[in-house]
Ligand binder design. Structure first.
Ligand SMILES: Cc1ncc(COP(=O)(O)O)c(C=O)c1O
Length: 366
């Protein structure tokens, strides 16, 4: 008997496992496993979402016109160079499908976001990674990994799950030394959290040529992961490709309304950024005081690495945190079995994390 068989690339995918959200028998869970915004969505976005309910029988505007206009206004960008997607995941997948296929390579850095490899395989292409240095993308290693088959290079800046970033001059050096026909995708999902003077989300590089695209998301600082919304800013030629490849109504009506309200609420965004900076610095220091190996992060999460002593390992810490109602992200699937990724939550949530890890390490965090 024969049956339908999917393409080999698709069958080689190890399905993405999202952050856990439930623990049996507990109703006081602190969920710090998916880098969701600590303060949820802006009240203005919640209102806009609720108002969209009465119109849900209508198809959404397939061109995301009003949302693109709003993004353009807030970020000073030409709306014609913006495309919206059902999460930036969709845009990553569309880019792989449109620019890479059988025999092509999609390049990213060692601990780069998992969806690059998954989307490359789904497109039939071969994912290739380049070694990082100190958990940070290495431009020379990326350039050395380029082959005649390379079509796309994904750079998460800052990167998830490490929280590290490349300064603007390093990203510019990467672009300058890449073949012109390789599309550089700068995934700036966490850009709004970064306050470093030498950081750029990549808009300047998009404007400098026709082979860089920047992706952004509403899932992190804007707290809208549940409605799936992302956007990309790129050269009109690349935006045209994505508009051809995407579904006609790829962004739902509620997301269009809530997204526009969220991005207009700049005081809320600034509050989320400032609080994250404060709580991130506090948590970093406290975890360091416990003798843990914490990577400096510019995002809304910390990569925390443990000993391989079984009593103090990442797996044992993960179980202990769960026993105490705290869910963080096991990052073994990223090749980091000794580490956990902890999203920065509210003050109260991070005090709970530090208290539990203090007990786990048998040390005082102060
Ligand atoms: C670096 C990076 N890019 C993209 C995404 C996907 O975001 P979205 O929810 O917009 O699909 C994430 C989500 O965790 C991420 O960490």
């Amino acid at each position: 008997m024969t049956r339908p068989i999917a393409k080999a690339g698709v069958m080689s995918i190890k399905p993405y496992v999202g952050g856990e959200s439930e623990l049996d028998g507990r109703d006081d869970i602190v969920k710090l496993s998916s880098n969701e915004g600590a303060f949820g969505p802006s009240p203005l976005a919640q209102d806009a979402y609720a108002k969209s309910a009465a119109e849900l029988h209508r198809y959404p505007d397939g061109g995301s016109t009003e949302l693109r206009r709003t993004i353009g206004e807030i970020h000073g960008l030409n709306p014609a160079q913006i495309v919206c997607g059902s999460g930036s995941d969709e845009l990553i997948s569309l880019l792989c499908g449109a620019y890479a296929g059988e025999g092509d390579e999609v390049l990213y850095s060692q601990f780069g976001f998992l969806m690059y490899a998954i989307s490359a395989k789904a497109a039939g292409a071969t994912p290739v990674w380049a070694t990082e240095t100190d958990l940070t993308a290495n431009v020379d290693a990326l350039l050395a990994a380029v082959t005649p088959r390379t079509r796309l290079l994904f750079l998460a800046n800052p990167n998830n799950p490490t929280g590290t970033y490349l300064p603007a001059n390093e990203v510019a050096r990467l672009r300058a030394n890449l073949r012109d026909d390789i599309l550089l995708v700068i995934d700036a999902a966490y850009a709004e959290y970064v306050v470093k003077g030498d950081y750029s989300p990549g808009i300047d590089l998009v404007d400098a040529g026709d082979n860089v695209i920047m992706t952004r998301t509403f899932s992190k600082i804007h707290g809208l992961g549940g409605i799936r919304l992302g956007w990309a800013y790129g050269p009109e030629t690349v935006i045209d490709v994505l508009n051809r490849a995407r579904g006609p109504f790829n962004v739902n009506a509620a997301a269009l309304s809530a997204g526009a309200a969220a991005i207009r609420d700049q005081p809320f965004t600034a509050h989320c950024r400032d609080e994250n900076l404060r709580v991130l610095a506090w948590t970093y220091q406290r975890l360091q005081n416990l003798g843990l190996n914490v990577t400096e992060s510019v995002g809304n999460f910390l990569l925390v690495c443990f000993d391989n002593d079984p009593d103090r390992s990442a797996a044992t810490a993960d179980s202990y945190l769960k026993e105490n109602g705290i869910i963080v992200r096991n990052v073994a699937s990223y090749g980091l079995p000794d580490c956990l990724r902890i999203t920065i939550g509210t003050d109260q949530e991070m005090h709970r994390v530090v208290d539990v890890l203090s007990r786990f390490m048998g040390k005082n965090s102060e």
